[in-house]
Design a protein. Structure first.
Ligand SMILES: *Cc1c(COP(=O)(O)O)cnc(C)c1O
Length: 360
C-alpha cells in the first residue's frame, strides 16, 4: 500500500488517488484476472479496446459532451498539441488569435508561428503575467482563439471564459481539466496532458468538435492528422496503454466522487483556505491579482531567502512535499489538484500559519 503520510503538492506529474495507484499496480501484474499484465497484451485486443472506450466515454460524460464532440487520447504531451493544433487548423495565408498569459501560452504561440500568423488577442506580459487580460481584441477572420485556462507556473486562471469571441475557441486545460464546471460543449477543441489532473504522464486528452474538424483543409503527416485518429478511434498506432488505463481509472474515481461539480466544491474550499492563510500572514506574498488567482496552483513568495529555505525544511520534516516554486519564478507553489485532499491542505495551512507566527 502507498505511504499515505506524505502530503503531495507537486505541480506535475502530481498526486493521484490512492485507489487509482492500487488498481494500476494490480493491472501491471494481473490485468482483470487474465493472468497477464496490462503491459503485455495487444492494444487491439478486446480487453484493451474496452479500456480505451471507457476512458473516452467517461471523459464525455464528466464533461457533459454530446454527440457533436469526440474525445481522443493521443501521444506526445500537451506540447505536441502546441504544434498539432496549428498544423491542422492554421496555414500560411491565415492567422490565429492567442492570449499571452504565461510560460505555457508563450510556448503555444511560438509553435503556431511555424504554420501561420499569430495575433495576440490579449496579454499580461507587461505585468509579469500576474493577471488575466480582461478585454480581448481579435480579427473576425482568425482561424481560432487559443486560451490557457490555467497557467500552471504563473498561478493564474481564467474565471471568465471568452465564449463569445465569434471564432472557434480552443483551450489548453492541462492543469485544470476536470477541476471545475465550465461550458465544455462551447469549446471547439480542448487539450490536456494527463499528468496534472487526470492521470499519469504519457497521454494527452484531446476533445474536438466534429463540425470544426470537418473544416480541416491542411494535409498534415498522417500521425498528426486528427481525422485519422478519430477514424481509428484513438488506435491509429499503439497508444500509451498504461497511461490510458491510469486516466480511465482516475475518471472512474472522479465519477464516484460525484463528478466535476462535486469535486469543484472541495477544490474551492482548498483554495479559499490556502489563500486566506497566505493573505493573513504578512510574511507571505501572493503575487497574482486576486480576481485571477488559480485554484489549482497557489503561488506565493517570501522576502527573506533564508526563511524560504527554513520553510522548505520544515515542510519536509512534516511530510509536506512538492511546494517549491517553479525554477523559472522561485518562491513557492502548492498545487491543489483533484487528488489533493482538503485534509492535506489543512495540514499545509496550519504549518504556514504556525511558521508565520514564529518568524513574522
Ligand atoms: C504542463 C503543461 C503543459 C506541458 O505539458 P507536457 O505534457 O509536458 O507537454 C502545457 N500546458 C500547461 C498549461 C501545462 O500545465
Amino acid at each position: 500500500m502507498k505511504k499515505t503520510t506524505l502530503y503531495n503538492f507537486n505541480a506535475g506529474p502530481a498526486a493521484l488517488p490512492a485507489e487509482v495507484l492500487e488498481a494500476a499496480s494490480q493491472a501491471i501484474t494481473d490485468f482483470n484476472g487474465m493472468g497477464l499484465s496490462l503491459l503485455e497484451i495487444g492494444h487491439r485486443t478486446e480487453p484493451f479496446i474496452a479500456v480505451m472506450e471507457e476512458a473516452r466515454q467517461l471523459a464525455k460524460e464528466l464533461l457533459h459532451l454530446g454527440e457533436e464532440h469526440e474525445v481522443l487520447f493521443l501521444h506526445g504531451g500537451a506540447t505536441t498539441q502546441f504544434m498539432q493544433l496549428p498544423m491542422n487548423f492554421l496555414s500560411a495565408d491565415k492567422k490565429a488569435a492567442y492570449t499571452e498569459t504565461g510560460t505555457w501560452s508563450v510556448k503555444a504561440i511560438a509553435e503556431a508561428k511555424h504554420f501561420g500568423a499569430v495575433e495576440i488577442a490579449g496579454s499580461s506580459k507587461a505585468d509579469a503575467f500576474n493577471n488575466i487580460p480582461k478585454t480581448l481584441s481579435l480579427s473576425t477572420d482568425a482561424a481560432y482563439l487559443h486560451i490557457t485556462t490555467n497557467e500552471t507556473i504563473a498561478g493564474t486562471q481564467w474565471h471568465e471564459i471568452p465564449y463569445h469571441s465569434g471564432v472557434p475557441l480552443v483551450a489548453d486545460m492541462s492543469s485544470d481539466i476536470f477541476s471545475r464546471t465550465m461550458q465544455f460543449s462551447a469549446f471547439d477543441m480542448i487539450y490536456a496532458g494527463a499528468q496534472k489532473n487526470m492521470g499519469a504522464a504519457g497521454v494527452t486528452m484531446v476533445v474536438l468538435k466534429k463540425s470544426w474538424m470537418a473544416s480541416i483543409t491542411n494535409n498534415p503527416p498522417s500521425i498528426m492528422d486528427y481525422r485519422n485518429h478519430l477514424k481509428e478511434e484513438s488506435m491509429l498506432n499503439t497508444p500509451p496503454v498504461f497511461a490510458v488505463y491510469v486516466a480511465m481509472l482516475t475518471l472512474r474515481w472522479l465519477k464516484a466522487q460525484g463528478g466535476i461539480a462535486a469535486i469543484e466544491k472541495i477544490n474551492d474550499a482548498k483554495a479559499a483556505l490556502l489563500y486566506q492563510t497566505i493573505d493573513a500572514c504578512p510574511v507571505y506574498t501572493a503575487p497574482v491579482a486576486k480576481a485571477d488567482r488559480s485554484k489549482m496552483n497557489v503561488v506565493f513568495t517570501m522576502q527573506d531567502a533564508a526563511l524560504e529555505k527554513k520553510l522548505l525544511d520544515e515542510c519536509k520534516q512534516n511530510g509536506i512535499y512538492g511546494i517549491k516554486g517553479h525554477r523559472s519564478v522561485g518562491g513557492f507553489r502548492a498545487s491543489l489538484y483533484n487528488a489533493v485532499s482538503l485534509e492535506a491542505t489543512q495540514v499545509l495551512s496550519a504549518l504556514l500559519t504556525d511558521f508565520a507566527l514564529r518568524h513574522g
